[in-house]
Design a protein around this ligand. Structure first.
Ligand code: NIG
Ligand code: FE
Length: 389
Protein backbone atom coordinates (compact mmCIF):
# COMPACT_ATOMS: atom_id res chain seq x y z
CA UNK A 1 0.00 0.00 0.00
CA UNK A 2 1.33 3.46 -0.83
CA UNK A 3 2.24 5.66 2.15
CA UNK A 4 2.69 9.43 2.22
CA UNK A 5 3.84 11.41 5.24
CA UNK A 6 2.96 15.10 5.16
CA UNK A 7 5.24 16.66 7.72
CA UNK A 8 6.33 20.08 8.97
CA UNK A 9 2.71 21.28 9.00
CA UNK A 10 2.62 24.70 10.70
CA UNK A 11 -1.05 24.55 11.64
CA UNK A 12 -3.20 21.45 11.19
CA UNK A 13 -6.99 21.71 11.46
CA UNK A 14 -8.19 18.24 12.44
CA UNK A 15 -11.81 19.02 13.47
CA UNK A 16 -11.31 16.51 16.27
CA UNK A 17 -12.73 18.77 18.96
CA UNK A 18 -10.52 19.73 21.89
CA UNK A 19 -11.73 21.83 24.86
CA UNK A 20 -12.40 25.34 23.54
CA UNK A 21 -11.21 24.40 20.04
CA UNK A 22 -13.77 22.67 17.81
CA UNK A 23 -11.17 22.76 15.00
CA UNK A 24 -8.82 20.54 17.03
CA UNK A 25 -5.77 22.56 16.01
CA UNK A 26 -2.28 21.03 16.13
CA UNK A 27 1.01 22.87 15.53
CA UNK A 28 4.21 21.37 14.09
CA UNK A 29 2.17 18.37 13.04
CA UNK A 30 2.30 15.50 10.57
CA UNK A 31 -0.26 13.26 8.85
CA UNK A 32 0.46 9.75 7.57
CA UNK A 33 -1.67 8.56 4.64
CA UNK A 34 -1.85 4.85 3.76
CA UNK A 35 -3.78 4.02 0.60
CA UNK A 36 -6.89 6.21 0.54
CA UNK A 37 -7.10 6.66 4.34
CA UNK A 38 -5.45 8.65 7.08
CA UNK A 39 -3.38 6.24 9.19
CA UNK A 40 -1.83 8.51 11.81
CA UNK A 41 -2.02 12.16 13.00
CA UNK A 42 0.23 13.83 15.59
CA UNK A 43 3.32 15.90 16.26
CA UNK A 44 5.87 15.82 13.45
CA UNK A 45 8.59 14.82 15.89
CA UNK A 46 6.69 11.61 16.75
CA UNK A 47 5.69 10.62 13.21
CA UNK A 48 6.08 6.99 12.17
CA UNK A 49 7.90 6.46 8.88
CA UNK A 50 7.04 3.06 7.47
CA UNK A 51 9.32 1.73 4.71
CA UNK A 52 8.95 3.36 1.30
CA UNK A 53 7.05 6.35 2.66
CA UNK A 54 6.97 9.36 0.36
CA UNK A 55 7.72 12.49 2.39
CA UNK A 56 5.90 15.73 1.61
CA UNK A 57 7.41 18.69 3.45
CA UNK A 58 4.61 21.21 4.07
CA UNK A 59 7.23 23.84 4.88
CA UNK A 60 5.28 25.28 7.80
CA UNK A 61 2.12 25.73 5.74
CA UNK A 62 -1.40 25.21 7.10
CA UNK A 63 -3.25 21.97 6.31
CA UNK A 64 -6.97 21.33 6.74
CA UNK A 65 -9.60 18.77 5.68
CA UNK A 66 -10.78 19.05 2.07
CA UNK A 67 -13.86 21.24 1.76
CA UNK A 68 -17.25 19.53 1.73
CA UNK A 69 -19.63 21.49 -0.53
CA UNK A 70 -23.00 20.07 0.46
CA UNK A 71 -25.13 22.16 -1.94
CA UNK A 72 -24.53 22.69 -5.67
CA UNK A 73 -26.57 22.71 -8.88
CA UNK A 74 -23.80 21.86 -11.36
CA UNK A 75 -25.61 20.14 -14.23
CA UNK A 76 -27.14 22.78 -16.48
CA UNK A 77 -26.90 24.40 -19.90
CA UNK A 78 -26.23 28.07 -20.67
CA UNK A 79 -25.79 30.83 -18.12
CA UNK A 80 -27.70 33.90 -16.93
CA UNK A 81 -25.09 36.64 -17.10
CA UNK A 82 -27.67 39.12 -18.42
CA UNK A 83 -29.92 38.45 -15.44
CA UNK A 84 -26.93 39.14 -13.17
CA UNK A 85 -26.22 42.43 -14.97
CA UNK A 86 -29.87 43.46 -14.58
CA UNK A 87 -29.77 42.56 -10.90
CA UNK A 88 -26.74 44.73 -10.33
CA UNK A 89 -28.76 47.67 -11.63
CA UNK A 90 -31.75 46.95 -9.39
CA UNK A 91 -33.87 44.08 -10.72
CA UNK A 92 -34.51 41.74 -7.75
CA UNK A 93 -33.73 38.01 -7.86
CA UNK A 94 -36.82 35.83 -8.45
CA UNK A 95 -37.24 32.07 -8.71
CA UNK A 96 -38.74 32.47 -12.21
CA UNK A 97 -35.29 32.82 -13.79
CA UNK A 98 -34.79 29.10 -13.20
CA UNK A 99 -37.05 28.44 -16.21
CA UNK A 100 -34.47 30.01 -18.56
CA UNK A 101 -31.86 27.54 -17.41
CA UNK A 102 -34.41 24.74 -17.77
CA UNK A 103 -34.85 25.64 -21.45
CA UNK A 104 -31.06 25.74 -22.04
CA UNK A 105 -30.54 22.46 -20.19
CA UNK A 106 -33.25 20.61 -22.10
CA UNK A 107 -31.62 21.79 -25.34
CA UNK A 108 -28.14 20.56 -24.33
CA UNK A 109 -26.97 17.04 -25.22
CA UNK A 110 -25.53 14.59 -22.68
CA UNK A 111 -21.99 15.08 -23.96
CA UNK A 112 -22.18 18.84 -23.59
CA UNK A 113 -23.59 18.60 -20.06
CA UNK A 114 -20.98 15.99 -19.15
CA UNK A 115 -18.15 18.17 -20.47
CA UNK A 116 -19.38 21.20 -18.55
CA UNK A 117 -19.84 19.16 -15.39
CA UNK A 118 -16.27 17.85 -15.68
CA UNK A 119 -15.11 21.46 -15.97
CA UNK A 120 -16.94 22.40 -12.77
CA UNK A 121 -15.52 19.38 -10.95
CA UNK A 122 -12.00 20.44 -11.96
CA UNK A 123 -12.83 23.94 -10.69
CA UNK A 124 -13.99 22.52 -7.34
CA UNK A 125 -10.89 20.36 -6.91
CA UNK A 126 -8.56 23.25 -7.74
CA UNK A 127 -10.23 25.24 -4.95
CA UNK A 128 -9.86 22.50 -2.35
CA UNK A 129 -13.30 20.88 -2.49
CA UNK A 130 -12.98 17.09 -2.20
CA UNK A 131 -16.62 16.09 -1.52
CA UNK A 132 -19.62 17.69 -3.18
CA UNK A 133 -23.32 17.24 -3.69
CA UNK A 134 -25.04 17.88 -7.05
CA UNK A 135 -28.76 18.52 -7.55
CA UNK A 136 -30.96 17.94 -10.56
CA UNK A 137 -33.68 20.55 -11.07
CA UNK A 138 -33.05 22.07 -14.50
CA UNK A 139 -34.72 19.28 -16.48
CA UNK A 140 -38.24 19.12 -15.02
CA UNK A 141 -39.44 16.36 -17.35
CA UNK A 142 -39.12 12.69 -16.44
CA UNK A 143 -36.55 12.18 -19.18
CA UNK A 144 -34.48 15.27 -18.45
CA UNK A 145 -34.47 14.90 -14.66
CA UNK A 146 -33.38 11.26 -15.00
CA UNK A 147 -30.66 12.36 -17.43
CA UNK A 148 -29.34 14.98 -14.99
CA UNK A 149 -29.43 12.53 -12.08
CA UNK A 150 -27.52 9.96 -14.13
CA UNK A 151 -24.87 12.49 -15.21
CA UNK A 152 -24.50 13.78 -11.64
CA UNK A 153 -24.06 10.21 -10.37
CA UNK A 154 -21.06 9.86 -12.70
CA UNK A 155 -19.17 12.41 -10.58
CA UNK A 156 -20.53 12.05 -7.01
CA UNK A 157 -22.51 9.65 -4.80
CA UNK A 158 -24.26 12.70 -3.31
CA UNK A 159 -26.97 13.23 -5.93
CA UNK A 160 -30.13 15.09 -5.02
CA UNK A 161 -33.39 14.76 -6.94
CA UNK A 162 -34.84 18.29 -7.20
CA UNK A 163 -37.73 17.81 -9.63
CA UNK A 164 -39.53 20.26 -7.31
CA UNK A 165 -37.31 23.22 -8.19
CA UNK A 166 -40.05 25.27 -9.88
CA UNK A 167 -43.24 24.31 -11.69
CA UNK A 168 -42.21 24.30 -15.39
CA UNK A 169 -44.00 26.68 -17.76
CA UNK A 170 -46.00 23.90 -19.47
CA UNK A 171 -47.62 23.01 -16.12
CA UNK A 172 -48.27 26.61 -15.01
CA UNK A 173 -52.05 26.13 -15.10
CA UNK A 174 -52.07 22.64 -13.60
CA UNK A 175 -49.53 22.58 -10.83
CA UNK A 176 -51.24 19.67 -9.06
CA UNK A 177 -50.49 17.52 -12.09
CA UNK A 178 -46.84 18.51 -11.87
CA UNK A 179 -46.63 17.64 -8.17
CA UNK A 180 -48.24 14.30 -9.04
CA UNK A 181 -45.61 13.72 -11.74
CA UNK A 182 -42.74 14.58 -9.36
CA UNK A 183 -44.10 12.16 -6.74
CA UNK A 184 -44.72 9.45 -9.33
CA UNK A 185 -42.95 8.79 -12.62
CA UNK A 186 -40.19 11.38 -12.12
CA UNK A 187 -39.25 10.10 -8.68
CA UNK A 188 -39.35 6.54 -10.01
CA UNK A 189 -36.90 7.44 -12.80
CA UNK A 190 -34.52 9.49 -10.63
CA UNK A 191 -34.43 7.50 -7.39
CA UNK A 192 -32.03 4.83 -8.74
CA UNK A 193 -29.40 7.55 -9.33
CA UNK A 194 -30.09 9.64 -6.22
CA UNK A 195 -29.44 9.57 -2.50
CA UNK A 196 -31.42 12.70 -1.57
CA UNK A 197 -34.70 14.47 -2.33
CA UNK A 198 -35.03 18.26 -2.07
CA UNK A 199 -37.83 20.79 -2.60
CA UNK A 200 -37.55 24.54 -3.16
CA UNK A 201 -40.14 25.57 -0.54
CA UNK A 202 -40.67 29.25 -1.27
CA UNK A 203 -43.12 31.77 -2.65
CA UNK A 204 -42.86 31.39 -6.44
CA UNK A 205 -41.79 27.74 -6.14
CA UNK A 206 -43.54 25.11 -3.95
CA UNK A 207 -46.05 25.66 -1.13
CA UNK A 208 -45.70 23.97 2.28
CA UNK A 209 -48.35 21.30 1.63
CA UNK A 210 -46.77 20.49 -1.75
CA UNK A 211 -43.34 20.34 -0.10
CA UNK A 212 -44.54 17.89 2.57
CA UNK A 213 -46.15 15.69 -0.03
CA UNK A 214 -43.11 15.53 -2.31
CA UNK A 215 -40.64 14.90 0.51
CA UNK A 216 -42.86 12.17 1.95
CA UNK A 217 -43.01 10.46 -1.45
CA UNK A 218 -39.21 10.59 -1.71
CA UNK A 219 -38.71 9.24 1.80
CA UNK A 220 -41.16 6.41 1.07
CA UNK A 221 -38.95 5.65 -1.93
CA UNK A 222 -35.85 5.34 0.24
CA UNK A 223 -34.40 8.82 -0.37
CA UNK A 224 -33.28 11.11 2.45
CA UNK A 225 -34.65 14.64 2.75
CA UNK A 226 -33.07 18.07 2.47
CA UNK A 227 -34.93 21.33 1.87
CA UNK A 228 -34.38 24.75 0.25
CA UNK A 229 -36.16 27.02 2.71
CA UNK A 230 -36.50 30.56 4.05
CA UNK A 231 -34.41 32.10 1.25
CA UNK A 232 -36.62 34.92 0.02
CA UNK A 233 -38.82 35.40 3.09
CA UNK A 234 -40.01 33.74 6.29
CA UNK A 235 -41.90 30.52 5.73
CA UNK A 236 -42.44 26.93 6.73
CA UNK A 237 -39.33 25.42 5.13
CA UNK A 238 -37.37 25.12 8.38
CA UNK A 239 -40.34 23.67 10.31
CA UNK A 240 -41.01 21.11 7.61
CA UNK A 241 -37.35 20.08 7.40
CA UNK A 242 -37.01 19.65 11.16
CA UNK A 243 -40.36 17.85 11.39
CA UNK A 244 -39.24 15.28 8.80
CA UNK A 245 -35.77 14.86 10.30
CA UNK A 246 -34.17 16.26 7.14
CA UNK A 247 -30.37 16.24 7.07
CA UNK A 248 -30.24 19.93 6.22
CA UNK A 249 -32.30 23.02 5.50
CA UNK A 250 -30.49 25.33 3.17
CA UNK A 251 -30.46 29.16 2.83
CA UNK A 252 -32.05 30.04 6.25
CA UNK A 253 -31.86 33.72 5.42
CA UNK A 254 -35.18 34.70 7.02
CA UNK A 255 -35.74 32.91 10.34
CA UNK A 256 -38.03 33.66 13.28
CA UNK A 257 -37.41 32.63 16.90
CA UNK A 258 -39.45 29.43 16.49
CA UNK A 259 -37.29 28.37 13.52
CA UNK A 260 -34.11 28.87 15.54
CA UNK A 261 -35.53 26.96 18.52
CA UNK A 262 -36.65 24.10 16.25
CA UNK A 263 -33.22 23.86 14.60
CA UNK A 264 -31.41 24.04 17.94
CA UNK A 265 -33.27 21.03 19.27
CA UNK A 266 -32.82 18.96 16.12
CA UNK A 267 -30.41 16.89 14.05
CA UNK A 268 -31.07 19.13 11.05
CA UNK A 269 -28.11 21.25 9.93
CA UNK A 270 -28.67 24.88 8.90
CA UNK A 271 -26.69 25.27 5.68
CA UNK A 272 -25.90 28.88 4.87
CA UNK A 273 -25.12 29.91 1.29
CA UNK A 274 -23.50 33.34 1.42
CA UNK A 275 -22.67 33.31 -2.30
CA UNK A 276 -26.40 33.84 -2.84
CA UNK A 277 -26.58 36.97 -0.74
CA UNK A 278 -23.37 38.23 -2.35
CA UNK A 279 -24.78 37.70 -5.86
CA UNK A 280 -28.36 38.80 -5.21
CA UNK A 281 -27.72 41.68 -2.79
CA UNK A 282 -30.06 40.21 -0.21
CA UNK A 283 -29.28 40.52 3.49
CA UNK A 284 -26.98 37.76 4.76
CA UNK A 285 -28.31 35.15 7.21
CA UNK A 286 -27.47 35.74 10.86
CA UNK A 287 -25.02 32.92 11.52
CA UNK A 288 -24.13 34.32 14.93
CA UNK A 289 -27.70 33.94 16.15
CA UNK A 290 -27.79 30.32 14.95
CA UNK A 291 -24.43 29.42 16.47
CA UNK A 292 -25.22 31.09 19.78
CA UNK A 293 -28.46 29.07 19.95
CA UNK A 294 -26.48 25.83 19.48
CA UNK A 295 -27.54 25.10 15.89
CA UNK A 296 -25.12 23.08 13.73
CA UNK A 297 -24.15 25.36 10.83
CA UNK A 298 -22.66 24.36 7.46
CA UNK A 299 -21.67 26.67 4.63
CA UNK A 300 -21.84 25.72 0.96
CA UNK A 301 -21.49 27.40 -2.43
CA UNK A 302 -24.95 26.71 -3.94
CA UNK A 303 -23.08 26.99 -7.26
CA UNK A 304 -25.80 27.61 -9.88
CA UNK A 305 -26.23 29.98 -12.84
CA UNK A 306 -28.93 32.11 -11.16
CA UNK A 307 -28.32 33.04 -7.57
CA UNK A 308 -24.65 32.14 -6.96
CA UNK A 309 -22.40 31.28 -9.88
CA UNK A 310 -19.29 30.55 -7.84
CA UNK A 311 -17.82 27.24 -6.74
CA UNK A 312 -15.30 28.76 -4.33
CA UNK A 313 -15.43 27.49 -0.76
CA UNK A 314 -12.58 29.86 0.22
CA UNK A 315 -14.84 32.72 -0.91
CA UNK A 316 -17.71 31.29 1.19
CA UNK A 317 -15.40 31.25 4.21
CA UNK A 318 -14.37 34.85 3.60
CA UNK A 319 -18.02 35.93 3.25
CA UNK A 320 -19.07 33.97 6.35
CA UNK A 321 -16.44 35.78 8.39
CA UNK A 322 -16.83 39.24 6.86
CA UNK A 323 -20.62 39.27 6.49
CA UNK A 324 -22.20 36.68 8.79
CA UNK A 325 -20.41 37.16 12.09
CA UNK A 326 -18.55 33.85 12.12
CA UNK A 327 -15.00 33.43 13.39
CA UNK A 328 -12.57 31.94 10.88
CA UNK A 329 -12.47 28.74 12.93
CA UNK A 330 -16.29 28.48 12.83
CA UNK A 331 -16.36 29.16 9.10
CA UNK A 332 -13.64 26.59 8.31
CA UNK A 333 -15.42 24.03 10.51
CA UNK A 334 -18.73 24.79 8.74
CA UNK A 335 -17.09 24.35 5.30
CA UNK A 336 -15.60 20.97 6.24
CA UNK A 337 -17.11 19.11 9.23
CA UNK A 338 -20.38 21.07 8.91
CA UNK A 339 -20.74 20.05 5.26
CA UNK A 340 -20.04 16.45 6.21
CA UNK A 341 -22.84 16.61 8.84
CA UNK A 342 -25.19 18.13 6.26
CA UNK A 343 -24.49 15.11 4.03
CA UNK A 344 -24.56 12.67 6.95
CA UNK A 345 -21.05 11.53 6.08
CA UNK A 346 -18.71 10.29 8.80
CA UNK A 347 -15.73 9.51 6.53
CA UNK A 348 -14.90 13.08 5.45
CA UNK A 349 -14.61 16.54 7.05
CA UNK A 350 -11.95 15.69 9.65
CA UNK A 351 -8.31 14.61 9.81
CA UNK A 352 -8.18 11.51 11.99
CA UNK A 353 -7.15 7.87 11.60
CA UNK A 354 -9.63 5.96 9.44
CA UNK A 355 -11.01 9.03 7.67
CA UNK A 356 -10.67 9.38 3.90
CA UNK A 357 -7.39 11.12 3.13
CA UNK A 358 -8.83 14.39 1.82
CA UNK A 359 -6.52 17.29 2.64
CA UNK A 360 -5.82 20.83 1.54
CA UNK A 361 -2.41 22.48 1.86
CA UNK A 362 -2.57 26.26 1.99
CA UNK A 363 -0.02 28.70 0.65
CA UNK A 364 -0.29 30.35 4.07
CA UNK A 365 0.74 29.65 7.66
CA UNK A 366 -2.80 29.57 9.15
CA UNK A 367 -6.42 28.95 8.09
CA UNK A 368 -7.18 32.57 9.04
CA UNK A 369 -5.61 33.58 5.73
CA UNK A 370 -8.62 32.06 3.91
CA UNK A 371 -10.73 34.98 5.18
CA UNK A 372 -7.91 37.48 5.59
CA UNK A 373 -6.75 37.20 1.95
CA UNK A 374 -10.05 36.98 0.02
CA UNK A 375 -9.84 36.24 -3.67
CA UNK A 376 -6.20 35.09 -3.50
CA UNK A 377 -5.57 31.52 -4.76
CA UNK A 378 -4.18 30.00 -1.55
CA UNK A 379 -4.67 26.32 -2.39
CA UNK A 380 -1.12 24.94 -2.68
CA UNK A 381 -2.05 21.24 -2.89
CA UNK A 382 -5.03 18.90 -2.62
CA UNK A 383 -5.15 15.21 -1.66
CA UNK A 384 -8.35 13.31 -2.36
CA UNK A 385 -8.61 9.70 -1.21
CA UNK A 386 -4.84 9.76 -0.69
CA UNK A 387 -4.07 10.82 -4.29
CA UNK A 388 -2.57 14.18 -5.02
CA UNK A 389 -4.87 16.06 -7.45
O1 NIG B 1 -30.51 27.52 -4.33
N1 NIG B 1 -33.28 28.58 -4.67
C1 NIG B 1 -33.41 27.74 -5.53
N2 NIG B 1 -32.46 27.28 -6.34
C2 NIG B 1 -31.21 27.94 -6.51
C3 NIG B 1 -31.29 28.99 -7.54
C4 NIG B 1 -31.46 28.43 -8.88
C5 NIG B 1 -31.45 29.42 -10.00
O2 NIG B 1 -31.72 30.63 -9.81
O3 NIG B 1 -31.21 28.95 -11.13
C6 NIG B 1 -30.71 28.40 -5.18
O4 NIG B 1 -30.51 29.59 -4.93
FE1 FE C 1 -29.77 25.77 -4.20
Amino acid sequence: MSAVLITNIGELTTNVAAPGDPCGTLHDAAVLIEGDRIAWVGLAADAPRPDRTEIVDAGGRAVLPGFVDSHTHLVFGGDRAEEFEARMTGTPYAAGGIRRTVAATRAAGDDELRRRLAGFVAELHAQGTTTFEVKTGYGLTVRDEARLARLAAEVTPEVTFLGAHVVPAEYADRRDDYVELVCGAMLEACAPHSRWIDVFCERGAFAPDETRRILAAGIAHGLEARVHGNQLGEGEGVGIAVGLGAASVDHCTYLDDADIAALAGSETVATLLPGVEFSTRQPYPDARRLLDAGVTVAIASDCNPGSSFTSSMPLMIALAVREMGMTTAEAVWAATAGGARALRRDDVGAVAPGMRADLVLLEAPTRTHLAYRPGVPLIAGVFRGGSRL
